[in-house]
Structures are given as structure tokens and as C-alpha cells.
Write a protein that binds this ligand. Structure first.
Ligand SMILES: [Zn+2]
Length: 330
């Protein structure tokens, strides 16, 4: 019982600290009184947390609040260039690694081409090397990195920081958190790429003022991130929002997952590309080839080529998008 109580106390302390940090990040320069008003935390709790954050040089005092009378409050600002975060996205096209400051400004980024079919061990080795290079290149001490977030395509066990399975990448049980935390001192967090994107929309994008929404991505696959009461909803097994492999037509095209007629088999980039190639082989009238660098190089067709053609009024391309948008409505 005592352990639970102690655990709860520590958790509340950490939560309050996170709330204060986020308030300064989002609203700074801001006074202690305003933080207390924004967060509903008592002024003495806020002052204690602030004192500790100043001691650790995470925040600093800057100027005074405009006042129409009475004592002017001192404003607090985040020391955004003293601590850094690493963001990593692992997808079909490759791995993007970015180093950002505490205001999420990208300071440096690195791209590693497609990891598909690479052995997970090799990918992790490359990842470790690139992280080290990025830290060295930017002359940053490793202890100044407060954390590393990884967004990866596939089913993720968020607690263990492990990619359970990714059909697209051909990987299973990749223990990113465990292995990277052995190499570096900072904590590593792993989630599905669409959840990381949804979190970015919540923090910086269209979801900023909204507490309940769904963010849908249609690209190599089809997926969704779900925000409930301001937080990402992961579901019991971490698969909430994985609706790309719902079968919408059991006689539909074969999906890479092995099943037939999944939503993803109809509405993903590959379906669009296959459709336009089919139209070309049927000699239908389309401007697609005019948009390619080499007219006969059909392998260079991407979904962006089809988008460009549709925007230029190509009827076949427009029809394909109409078909994709109508999927399931019969
Ligand atoms: Zn499927």
C-alpha cells in the first residue's frame, strides 16, 4: 500500500512538472501566476517546480509583465536551445532523423534510404551511427538530449518500445527502446508513425484546439490516429486506428497482407498507380506519359504523377481518384 501511495505521489509530481513545462513552452514568456491560472495548480506548487527548473537551467526569468498597477510579475521563458530532442521516422521510403530544439525547431536532419528488406540488426547499427554523427556534427553533449521519439510503420507495443510486426517493412519484434537505451543515456519512445503524426497535428496543426479527432493517412498504406480527451488512444493491443485491412470487397484485388479486397488494396498509392498503368496498357487517352522524364519508364510513375495529371484535367486520372474516394459506398 505504501509503495502504491509513494508511486502515486511521484507520478503526480512528474505530471505537474510536465504540465508546467508544457505551459511555459506553449505560452512563454509567462508569469508564475498565469501558469497557476492556466493549469489550476496552486501557486506554491508552481513556484516550487519553477525553482527546480531554473536551477536545472531549463527555464529562465526574462523581463516583467506589463501591469496597470501593483507589483509586476516576472516572466518565465523556456531555455529552448539548451536541451534537444531527436525525432525519427522509419517508413518504406527510408529513415528520417531530425534534431530539434525545445521549441521543436529542426536544427539538423538526416535521411537514410529505404530500409526495406534490410536486416533489423543492420538498421539498428546504422541508426546508432547516424544518431552519434548527428550529435557530434551539432556539437551537442549527449546529456543535453532529453529524449528520442520514433515513429514506425506497423504494430507497436508502446510500453516496451518495440515494433511488434510490420508487414510493409518485413520486420518483427524490433526492440528499439531496449537496444537504443543501452547505447545512449536518453529515454526512447516508440509509437506507430500515424500516431506520431496525429500528435504533431494535436500539438502544432489543425488539432491544436480540438480534444477529440481522428487523423487519417492515405499513402503507402491507410491508417488513422485517434485522439480522445486530448490524448492518443492506443487501444488494448496498440492497434486502434488500424483500419486499412478491413475487407470491403471480398472479391476485390489482392492485398500485400495476403487477404483480398482490403480497404488498403483499394485506396492506397499502389492501387492508384496500378490503375493508371492498367489504363495505359488499355491504350486509354491520358497525359500521364507526358509527365514522365522518360516517356516509356512506367516504373517511375508515382502517386504524385497521377495527382499532377488529375490537376491538369486528365479525365482518366480524375476518374481513378473518384473511384478511390467512393470505395465501399455501393
Ligand atoms: Zn490487407
Amino acid at each position: 500500500m505504501d509503495n502504491i501511495r509513494r508511486g502515486n505521489k511521484q507520478l503526480i509530481k512528474e505530471l505537474n512538472r510536465a504540465i508546467v513545462i508544457n505551459t511555459i513552452l506553449n505560452y512563454g514568456p509567462v508569469s508564475r501566476t498565469r501558469i497557476s491560472e492556466f493549469t489550476d495548480l496552486g501557486l506554491s506548487t508552481v513556484s516550487n517546480i519553477v525553482a527546480d527548473l531554473i536551477k536545472k537551467e531549463l527555464i529562465y526569468e526574462t523581463g516583467e509583465e506589463e501591469s496597470s498597477g501593483g507589483r509586476r510579475a516576472i516572466l518565465l521563458e523556456f531555455n529552448c536551445n539548451d536541451r534537444f530532442v531527436l525525432g525519427i521516422k522509419i517508413g518504406l521510403d527510408g529513415i528520417v532523423i531530425g534534431l530539434v530544439n525545445m521549441k521543436s525547431k529542426i536544427l539538423s536532419r538526416h535521411f537514410i534510404p529505404s530500409p526495406v528488406n534490410s536486416n533489423e540488426k543492420i538498421v539498428l547499427e546504422v541508426l546508432i551511427k547516424v544518431i552519434r554523427d548527428l550529435i557530434n556534427k551539432n556539437h551537442i553533449q549527449t546529456e543535453k538530449i532529453v529524449g528520442c521519439g520514433i515513429g514506425v510503420s506497423g504494430l507497436v507495443n508502446q510500453k516496451k518500445g518495440m515494433l511488434v510486426f510490420s508487414k510493409i517493412l518485413g520486420w518483427k519484434e524490433v526492440r528499439f527502446k531496449e537496444l537504443l537505451e543501452k547505447e545512449f543515456d536518453f529515454p526512447v519512445f516508440v509509437d506507430k508513425d500515424v500516431n506520431a503524426l496525429t500528435l504533431a497535428e494535436k500539438r502544432f496543426g489543425v488539432g491544436k484546439e480540438i480534444n477529440n479527432f481522428i487523423c487519417i493517412t492515405i499513402g503507402k498504406g491507410v491508417g488513422a490516429g485517434i485522439v480522445i480527451n486530448g490524448d492518443i488512444y492506443h487501444g488494448r493491443h496498440g492497434g486502434a486506428g488500424d483500419f486499412g485491412h478491413i475487407i470491403i470487397d471480398k472479391d476485390g484485388p489482392l492485398c500485400y497482407c495476403g487477404k483480398q479486397g482490403c480497404l488498403e488494396a483499394f485506396a492506397s498509392d499502389q492501387f492508384i498507380i496500378n490503375k493508371i498503368k492498367e489504363a495505359l496498357s488499355n491504350r486509354q487517352d491520358t497525359i500521364i506519359k507526358d509527365l514522365l522524364k522518360k516517356k516509356e519508364d512506367l516504373d517511375s510513375i508515382t502517386v504524385n504523377t497521377v495527382i499532377e495529371a488529375a490537376q491538369k484535367g486528365d479525365i482518366i486520372s480524375k476518374k481513378i481518384f473518384q473511384e478511390v474516394g467512393r470505395v465501399g459506398i455501393k
